[in-house]
Design a protein around this ligand. Structure first.
Ligand SMILES: [Zn+2]
Length: 145
């Protein structure tokens, strides 16, 4: 689990077209929950406060209006996800837990994604921490109710 959250600035990183700040490369897996037509590319996350761009790839952008859940400190009127990287909410986890007899497939999917390096919690999660601990805690609290 120590390999989690090691996304670094990439040599191919481009500045955000809106604010000009170069954000971390997060890949397309993280963008897919928000935009189903995204199927590849070195997407980047813009973490500039006040910039509407959440993810961008060249001139293609996903803004705070388009994301499903709150991402970092953007789109504050959206539901707060438990996992910021893959936009899973508490409701998603509850549904998943009920549908899979107590073994969360979302947690397994997050673990696999983290192992593959598709995790950018330190950029997307406002607490800058890996979300697996929060996912685990939320699953426990859902199971207890
Ligand atoms: Zn920006």
């Amino acid at each position: 689990m120590s390999s989690c959250c090691s996304t670094d600035l990439d040599a191919n990183a481009q500045p955000c077209a809106q604010c000009g700040t170069t954000g971390p490369v997060v890949g397309h897996e993280i963008v897919q929950p928000h935009r189903s037509d995204v199927d590849g590319g070195n997407w980047q996350h813009c973490s500039t406060l006040g910039c509407p761009v959440v993810y961008y790839l060249d001139t293609d952008v996903v803004t705070a209006d388009h994301v499903r859940t709150q991402v970092g400190h953007k789109a504050l009127d959206k539901p707060t996800p438990v996992c910021f990287c893959f936009s899973h909410t508490r409701d998603d986890l509850a549904t998943d837990l009920a549908a899979s007899a107590g073994v969360s497939s979302i947690k397994l999917a997050i673990k696999a994604a983290v192992a593959d390096g598709f995790c950018a919690c330190e950029h997307l999660n406002p607490t800058k921490k890996c979300c697996l601990a929060d996912v685990h805690r939320t699953l426990k609290s859902i199971a207890a109710t």
